[in-house]
Design a protein around this ligand. Structure first.
Ligand SMILES: [Zn+2]
Length: 165
């Protein structure tokens, strides 16, 4: 699971990088703090009671539960910004926020990023397997079956056996 840090412990972005290395990402809303932080597509729309941009007084537990539902809805709806931001989180990316040690939506993000990585690895290997099967049943000398829509177009040229959707 990704490490989560509280940016309140730091004076500047350089400070953060010195402490945790360059692979960290801010998960919150835009702020001038630390010399200016760009907002994340994953920033929660459900603020905790303490947050400056609060829309409701929520306990960390409520806010996290609501965030989980919100994030899942964005993922199912293939929100491009949200998916791109999740994919940018690697196994060792440090997530930066203002809450730690209070639990917050960064924990949901860490789990979702992990889930997405596993999911996409599974989809990629499933597609590779189907490509291999297609190769076995349709050698290059035989007329090629019409490629199925989407990812398998171009198979069996293995370089194009890459998920496209
Ligand atoms: Zn947080």
């Amino acid at each position: 699971m990704n490490e989560i840090i509280n940016l309140g412990d730091y004076e500047s972005k350089a400070d953060v990088t010195r402490d945790v290395g360059p692979d960290w990402q801010y998960m919150g809303h835009p702020t001038p703090a630390l010399g200016g932080l760009k907002g994340s597509a994953l920033a929660t729309p459900f603020a905790l009671g303490e947050a400056a941009t609060r829309t409701a007084e929520l306990t960390p537990h409520d806010a996290t539960a609501r965030y989980r539902q919100w994030l899942w809805a964005q993922m199912r709806g293939h929100d491009p910004g949200v998916l791109e931001a999740l994919r940018a989180i690697g196994p060792t990316t440090v997530l930066a926020c203002w809450c730690d040690p209070t639990p917050c939506y960064c924990q949901v993000i860490a789990r979702a990023a992990l889930w997405l990585r596993k999911q996409e690895v599974a989809v990629a290997s499933d597609r590779a397997e189907r490509c291999a099967t297609d190769r076995a049943v349709s050698p290059d000398s035989a007329p090629r079956p019409k490629p199925r829509r989407g990812a398998l177009a171009g198979c069996p040229a293995s370089a194009s056996c890459i998920p496209t959707g």
